[in-house]
Design a protein around this ligand. Sequence first.
Ligand code: SF4
Ligand code: SF4
Length: 430
Amino acid sequence: MSHQISLALGISEDDLLNCMQCGFCLSVCPTYKIIPKETATPRGRIALMKAVQDGGLVTKDITESLDLCLGCRACEVACPSGVQYGTMLEHAKEVITEQTNFSAPVKAVRWLFLKQLLPYPKRMKWIRGGIRIYQKSGLQKIARKSGILKTLPWHMGAFEAVLPEVAPFRAKLPKRVEPNAKTNKPTVAFFSGCIQDTVFHETNVSTMKLLEAAGFPIVTPEDQTCCGAVHAHAGEVDLAKDLAKKNIEMLERSGASYLVNNQGGCGAMLKEYDKLLADDPVWAERAKAFVKKVKDINEILAEIDELPKLYPMNVRVTYQDSCHLTNVQKVTLQPRKLIQSIPGIEYVEMVGAGTCCGSAGTYNIVHYDESMQILDAKMINVINTQAEIVVVANPGCQMQMRMGVQRAGLEGKVRVMHIADLLAEAARLK
Ligand code: SF4
Ligand code: SF4
């Protein structure tokens, strides 16, 4: 088979031609549910990419259509033809980003977040410190009372309202943890994530405590960096590759047998470093070896079958799948098994648990209105479960579901918890 690469979008001809236009993917696409147009479907988006590939112009309609895609990759799972939608979207975004002349404010925000903040864990810690001062000094109360938050761009006021109390600047994860009892478990390296450790540091603490209680020696390498998912989704694929190489070197240096993370989105990116670096003669093999070592916390805990003692929690619980944990990492049974291993829990499966909640990286910031439509529809399914806890496995979902709970008027009635926090609470580790 030919493997001709388009000069226009850089997508493999084979991948584009794989789509038979059968439409099986339509029913799972969240954007098609809220925008009933062909250009909001996976099939439509592939047809647009093909049109550009064949020499068509990249019009505003095409960039908007691709931009409105959540990148949830539910279409990949539904596709009988094995279409590599995620890879195609990434290529298209890379080429379109290269040719887009962003406005000055957008350029500045992209430069700040993608190049100056996310790749530097220490700088992200300064952000956490700043948020902490804002929350604890009384500034937050003043800002909320004054109504100034409503004037912030990109609906930042809505996100501020559901931001959890962050950890202090000085809070840090232990560099090395040795389990109390002798163990034959392999050493694992912990991947803390940039947003996760900034906003949900406590979830990282819970995760490490669970691993420790399960008998794993743990290291937290200081030379780890952002996984690069936000960069790849924003079309900055070269930056994503640089970050991937740093993380590969980090794991090699650590000598650990596994790299464990608790973020569905970041974990999926880490597990696709082999695809990202497939054409790189120096890094392709190292990336393959790296990918084999990446594990989500749900996977590693479900595999060992030796959880610490879990005490009863008499509560009704449902689970919201992370798209990338489900559609890319194919981890769906493990979290359900772990939740149901807590005595006393009444587990209720939510209708459409695997449908994207609308968070999708920066989607809920950039496409706030569409994201909230998707979220509000999800909340109807949450309400129907009558659950008191919604369990999540990714920081983006955690923020989005917190927002959903607030929008549905369920604050104080429904808690949103990361699975590591739920298990750590049941094991009385926190
Ligand atoms: S992406 Fe797959 S499911 Fe969707 S139309 Fe193409 S072949 Fe069919
Ligand atoms: S990635 Fe998700 S939102 Fe985008 S086309 Fe596929 S199913 Fe639709």
